[in-house]
Design a protein around this ligand. Structure first.
Ligand code: SIN
Ligand code: MN
Length: 203
């Protein structure tokens, strides 16, 4: 892991291929361990529809959604605390940020062939001076980014396995989402699909 000058797309800092295939393998094994303890589930949106993305979390907090809205919870819906964030993932945070604080949530998003994530802002955290760091593993995902208003012009970039994106500064509250997955474009995951990790400081 050797962060060189990232691509700067409207303040989104994109480190292409930051993680070597070996590093991706280690992280994936660690995430499989997390999911064994905290299985993926499909959160329900505030509008009562299940999300197409499977989710789980590691850390002191996990992101959760149901008809009452979006929030962070201390426990998995099965009632157990979330597993710790693996060191292999913490190392990415240290490599691409200069934050004194470690993240307290690693949200795990799992995309199968038809899954997508609508344009949204990450705004359930208390202090937006901390960035959100996103890690892509497996199949490529078409990442759409905009500005801080939903109506702002957007542009898209394919994120590939091993890419890391830092959403901080002017991009911290920018709209973003995943339009589609290039299913089968990576051999990292046994059954294809994409895993995205987002590291967040919550409170
Ligand atoms: C997210 O915004 O939580 C996920 C973005 C991604 O999957 O790349
Ligand atoms: Mn997000």
């Amino acid at each position: 892991m050797d962060p060189v000058k990232p691509l700067n797309l409207r303040g989104f800092l994109i480190y292409k291929s930051l993680l070597s295939p070996a590093e991706q393998g280690v992280i994936l094994d660690d995430i499989r361990g997390v999911i064994k303890q905290a299985p993926l589930f499909s959160p329900i949106t505030a509008w009562g529809k299940p999300m197409s993305v499977g989710m789980s979390s590691a850390g002191r907090y996990g992101w959760y959604s149901d008809r009452s809205g979006y929030r962070y919870e201390r426990k998995h819906p099965n009632g157990t605390p979330w597993p710790a964030i693996p060191q292999s993932v913490m190392r990415i945070w240290s490599a691409v940020t200069d934050c004194a604080r470690a993240p307290d949530c690693c949200l795990i998003n799992h995309y199968t062939e038809k899954a997508r994530m609508g344009l949204h802002q990450d705004n359930d955290e208390q202090d937006f001076s901390f960035p959100v760091v996103s890690v892509s593993l497996g199949d490529e995902g078409l990442f759409r980014i905009g500005g801080t208003e939903r109506k702002d012009k957007t542009e898209s970039i394919w994120l590939s396995s091993g890419d890391v994106c830092v959403m901080g500064g002017s991009a911290r509250l920018a709209y973003h989402g995943i339009d589609r997955i290039r299913f089968g474009s990576s051999a990292l995951l046994r059954n294809n699909g994409r895993i995205n990790l987002t590291l967040r400081v919550v409170d």
